[in-house]
Design a protein around this ligand. Structure first.
Ligand SMILES: Cc1cc2nc3c(=O)[nH]c(=O)nc-3n(C[C@H](O)[C@H](O)[C@H](O)COP(=O)(O)OP(=O)(O)OC[C@H]3O[C@@H](n4cnc5c(N)ncnc54)[C@H](O)[C@@H]3O)c2cc1C
Length: 264
């Protein structure tokens, strides 16, 4: 079920924009009301410009919370993300949040969290890692990309890398790295996997978790409009606990879901 939380729509000042690669920036927003209640896995929906276009807001995972400040990690792929990355310090944007479900870290049945991410899917992992570490959990990051230049891991610790071309770390994809390191990881105690990245990667992680009976949450991506369950733009078919399939709105019952619900 959707989580109950205080969702606010506030005009937030861009405090800093830090470019960390040719296409990725970390944007810091002064957002006390959202920072106070955000949980790892939640996202915000941002009106990137006061102009009429782009009309729809753009969703971004909460990358980090530092007091009243909220960091988002944005990959510039189109009009909205380019506008946001190029917005000057001191300018303001409308920020709606915190939205969506969060990673389930309430479960005491795991000792070690394995954070599996690909590409811009590392965005929610810093906030998740910090929250898990504060709970005394051991955290290991497995991070994948096509090549060395695609690996993004700002602030993350205990990282192991997988690249398709073998230019850094394990040669292969991040799910293959998860498979290769599973026996060693299992020596760290009971595991739970938390994954974010392209949907095909998440399906592979979900298949892996199912085959190896490892608990797993995945944070899905979809094109999204309103972020509050009105436009139905983000509907996704998942398994129903009672059998068969059902449609959920990712902005309401996602983006984070139990991997067991994913149709793989
Ligand atoms: C819950 C959620 C959390 C997200 N978190 C982050 C994040 O932390 N950092 C980040 O950089 N991005 C994140 N995204 C993706 C981000 O919202 C899109 O990249 C952004 O909306 C694209 O806007 P644009 O105007 O730049 O692109 P557009 O000009 O609208 O489109 C450019 C191209 O990107 C494609 N595209 C548009 N939206 C998406 C999408 N959601 N997924 C894949 N392709 C898309 C379009 O089909 C088109 O080919 C998230 C998406 C969701 C649903």
């Amino acid at each position: 079920m959707p989580e109950t939380k205080s969702i606010v729509d506030i005009r937030a000042t861009i405090v800093e924009t830090r470019r960390i690669s040719t296409s990725v920036s970390i944007i810091t927003l002064d957002c006390p009301a959202i920072a106070a209640t955000a949980k790892p896995g939640n996202f915000v929906n941002i009106k990137v410009s006061d102009a009429s276009l782009p009309l729809l807001r753009r969703p971004f995972s909460i990358h980090n919370v530092r007091g009243s400040l909220l960091d988002i990690m944005v990959k510039s792929i189109g009009h909205g993300t380019s506008l946001l990355c190029d917005s000057p310090t001191g300018s303001t944007v409308l920020v709606l949040g915190p939205l969506g479900t969060s990673f389930d870290i309430s479960n005491k049945e795991f000792d070690t969290a394995v954070l599996v991410s690909g590409g811009i899917g590392t965005a929610p992992m810093l906030f998740l890692e910090k929250t898990l570490a504060a709970k005394g959990k051991k955290v290991i990051n497995l991070i994948g990309g096509q090549s060395k230049e695609d690996l993004i891991a700002p602030g993350l610790s205990n990282c192991r890398y997988a690249t398709d071309d073998g230019s850094e770390g394990f040669r292969g994809n991040v799910v293959e790295l998860l498979g290769a390191t599973l026996p060693a990881l299992q020596k760290e105690g009971t595991l739970k996997v938390f994954a974010c990245g392209p949907n095909p990667m998440l399906k592979a992680v979900a298949r892996f978790a199912r085959a190896n009976q490892v608990a797993c949450d995945v944070s899905l991506e979809s094109v999204m409009g309103c972020g509050i369950g009105i436009c139905y733009g983000c509907s996704v078919e998942v398994k129903s606990p009672s059998g068969g399939l059902r449609t959920i709105l990712l902005c309401q019952e996602g983006p984070v879901i139990d991997a067991g619900l994913l149709v793989v």
